[in-house]
Design a protein around this ligand. Structure first.
Ligand code: CA
Length: 223
């Protein structure tokens, strides 16, 4: 999952970024509204955390720009304490949820997971594909009821596919959403990762759609 953090207070941005990275997200930063606006139009995010009080272009304007132009990624709005007007404006401008500063990081993470889930039509933190069950909150998986030992990167890949049910995810998109921007995003590392995962969960669950990408499937649904 790739998330943009648009926040001008660097300490807050760093704290959120650190927690998100720990939780397995790939994180980009924008320190002002113009940069946020630009990145929201040029990059593909699974969610955006948007502070409303941004320099150069305020967060509400940024959010309205995105929505007017059809940018539909879920947005978690950060608002100042006590400003109910700001919360209302944030929701009306197209925000999916909000967190009031100062906040508990656990709340940010929970609300972020929830808006991403809803945007993908998932109603629960538990996602099931045949024998494979992903606990997206705890970042754990089981196969036939037995705990799977997955590396963080393996879980990221499974989690991203699980959040795109019924859709073949192109390789380039998969790489953009699971690898850090400054890391080795090569075709070969993705092949190795998928090969390793298939050995752990069996060959049938991650389907290769030629020319389209990868998709998680439930074997019994195909039968
Ligand atoms: Ca601010």
């Amino acid at each position: 999952m790739r998330v943009l953090i648009a926040e001008d207070e660097e300490a807050i941005a760093r704290d959120i970024g650190h927690s998100l990275t720990q939780a397995g997200y790939v994180v980009d930063y924008a320190l002002d509204g113009e940069e946020a606006d630009f990145l929201g139009f040029t990059e593909d995010y699974d969610a955006v955390i948007l502070d409303l009080g941004l320099p150069k272009m305020d967060g509400l304007t940024v959010l309205r720009n995105w929505r007017r132009e059809g940018r539909a990624f879920p947005v978690l709005v950060l608002t100042a304490r006590g400003s109910w007007q700001e919360r209302v404006e944030g929701i009306d401008a197209g925000g999916d949820d909000y967190v009031v500063k100062p906040f508990e990081m656990e709340e940010v993470l929970a609300r972020l997971r929830a808006i991403i889930r809803r945007s993908r039509g998932l109603s629960s933190t538990i996602v099931t594909f045949g024998p494979l069950v992903l606990d997206t909150r705890a970042a754990r998986a089981t196969l036939d009821g037995r705990p799977l030992s997955l590396t963080p990167m393996e879980f990221r890949l499974l989690n991203y596919l699980a959040h795109n049910p019924g859709r073949a995810v192109p390789r380039t998109e998969l790489m953009e959403h699971i690898y850090e921007a400054d890391s080795e995003r090569t075709s070969n590392t993705l092949d190795v990762l998928i090969g390793r995962l298939r050995r752990k969960i069996g060959p049938g669950l991650i389907e290769t759609r030629r020319g389209h990408g990868y998709m998680l499937t439930s074997p019994e649904e195909d039968a």
